[in-house]
Write a protein that binds this ligand. Structure first.
Ligand SMILES: Cc1cc2nc3c(=O)[nH]c(=O)nc-3n(C[C@H](O)[C@H](O)[C@H](O)COP(=O)(O)OP(=O)(O)OC[C@H]3O[C@@H](n4cnc5c(N)ncnc54)[C@H](O)[C@@H]3O)c2cc1C
Length: 464
């Protein structure tokens, strides 16, 4: 926890008060601390918290920050796990919580227009009333904001079939670090005019611009969903099943994986639920027209085959499906209760390399004497690798983490699939991205944000 740049120049406070009045400018330290953390557990005290209601107010706040050279950290709901919403260099937090209007749901054009502070679930509920959904489905959906989803390119199980935030965004309105109001993309599902600034801003973790409105792509809700819990003898059998599923034509809506440590944790929490000898588990979902589902399930079952399979339990009953999913969804919070320190990574490898990653993780757990629990979105090769320990284990956890990243890169993977870089992974980025490419990225950042006020100290490492 750090206390940085606590003092706000009186002139800057006056300028912000003119924009926001007294109510939407928080200067009391007790209020400010509550906007200084995220789910990385990092915390830092901002000099002020601002709560704009529209893009004009956002542009005015950016102007004040430019004038007084104040760092500006945009904050959705602070559920990010990489420290990206922590105002680590002090300055101003811009909270989007008052920008929470659903501007329109447009079924004919399969799109929605929303302000950034709308929660993911609020958007799903509004779209659902028209028979649609927005595919990004992070487990934090009830609380996290669409702006945060876009800035982190968030996803979840459904990304396998329907894509991440990036594939489900048509256009943006935003204010750059230079204080310019911009509009990117289109309201159409095709378009090839100019450079694709939408895809550049999505996933940029608040380093290029503050998103003030998003036009997102909606997908019709499926008529029916089938959920399968498949239990396997060991991790290798489950990983081979994943590769066979991905090599056939039926794309599952979700294909989630749990290693033996994750299975053990599930057993502790829900005894008696899994067959004896379960060493790994897959959660599989298929969706579509009700008439087509039996055929899809049969194709998936054929791909899984009998190789190490102990149980194939399928249901189309929503409450039974919810019970089957409960174990998977409880994993992340359960990990917090078994170890005071949890280093939670979300590496990605090509699907065919999941068995190699699983073997490498077992070897690293032994070598570094670290407990590793892995689960995640196997169909995308996106595995949440959790290194667990106590504060005294930190040096071993850090050494193990660097080795995990090196193994992932050797398997042609990437350091983060959905959580982003923030402050937590910044020092590892140059393991994956070359010096030339990093120089280009820094040049892009300086065009959007010439004074370097937007989320300084995040994402891109300092030049060597
Ligand atoms: C229990 C739990 C489960 C989770 N499960 C998943 C999961 O399944 N999949 C997944 O992808 N993530 C998951 N996450 C991570 C997190 O919820 C997502 O990254 C989410 O998108 C963050 O949204 P937020 O509103 O909380 O953003 P914040 O944490 O507030 O911010 C995250 C980043 O976005 C930037 N930002 C926010 N709003 C804007 C804006 N309007 N303009 C520009 N930049 C902005 C911030 O500056 C910061 O860099 C989980 C987190 C928790 C706590």
């Amino acid at each position: 926890m750090s206390e940085t740049a606590d003092a706000l120049p009186a002139d800057a406070a006056g300028a912000l008060r003119q924009v926001l009045g007294e109510d939407r400018l928080l200067l009391d330290p007790a209020d400010r601390w509550t906007y200084g953390y995220d789910n990385s557990r990092g915390q830092s005290l901002p000099a002020a918290v601002t709560m704009p209601q529209d893009a004009d107010e956002v542009a005015s706040i950016v102007e004040v920050c430019r004038r007084f050279r104040l760092p500006l950290t945009t904050r959705g709901r602070g559920t990010g796990t990489a420290g990206a919403a922590v105002p680590s260099e002090g300055g101003i937090v811009l909270s989007t919580e008052r920008m929470d209007r659903i501007v329109k749901i447009d079924p004919a054009n399969r799109l929605a227009v929303v302000q950034p502070g709308v929660t993911n679930t609020a958007l799903q509920t509004a779209a659902g009333a028209h028979g649609f959904f927005w595919p990004p489905d992070p487990t934090s959906a009830d609380y996290c904001s669409v702006g945060g989803n876009l800035a982190c390119n968030a996803a979840g199980p459904r990304a396998l079939k329907y894509g991440t935030a990036r594939e489900n965004t048509l256009g943006l309105e935003a204010v750059t670090g230079a204080g310019k109001r911009i509009r990117t993309g289109t309201s159409t599902t095709k378009g090839v005019v100019g450079l694709d600034l939408t895809r550049l801003i999505v996933g940029s973790e608040g380093m290029l611009a503050v998103i003030t409105e998003a036009t997102v792509k909606l997908t019709p809700l499926p008529e029916r969903i089938a959920t399968v819990r498949a239990a396997f003898t060991d991790i290798g059998a489950a990983a081979r099943a994943v590769s066979r599923i991905m090599a056939q034509p039926v794309v599952p809506r979700a294909l989630e994986f749990m290693d033996s440590s994750a299975v053990a944790l599930v057993r502790e929490r829900t005894p008696g639920g899994l067959p004896a000898g379960t060493g790994s588990m897959l959660m599989i979902e298929a969706d579509g027209l009700a008439d087509h589902l039996p055929g899809s399930l049969a194709a998936l079952a054929a791909a899984v085959g009998n190789d190490g399979l102990l149980e194939w339990r399928a249901t189309t009953d929503p409450s039974e499906a919810k019970a089957l999913w409960a174990a998977r969804k409880a994993l992340s919070p359960a990990l917090r209760s078994i170890a005071p320190v949890k280093v939670n990574e979300d590496v990605v490898v090509p699907v065919s390399e999941i068995p190699a990653l699983a073997a490498a993780l077992e070897a690293l757990a032994d070598r570094h004497r670290v407990r590793i629990v892995s689960f995640g979105h196997a169909g995308n090769g996106n595995i949440h690798v959790n290194l667990l320990g106590t504060p005294a284990d930190r040096p071993r956890l850090e050494a193990c983490l660097e080795d995990v990243f090196r193994e992932v890169l050797a398997l042609k993977g990437t350091l983060s699939g959905e959580h982003g870089i923030g402050t937590e992974k910044r020092r590892f980025v140059s393991l994956e991205i070359g010096a030339e490419e990093l120089a280009l990225m820094r040049a892009v950042k300086s065009v959007f944000d010439p004074d370097g006020i937007l989320n300084p100290g995040k994402g891109l490492p300092e030049p060597a």
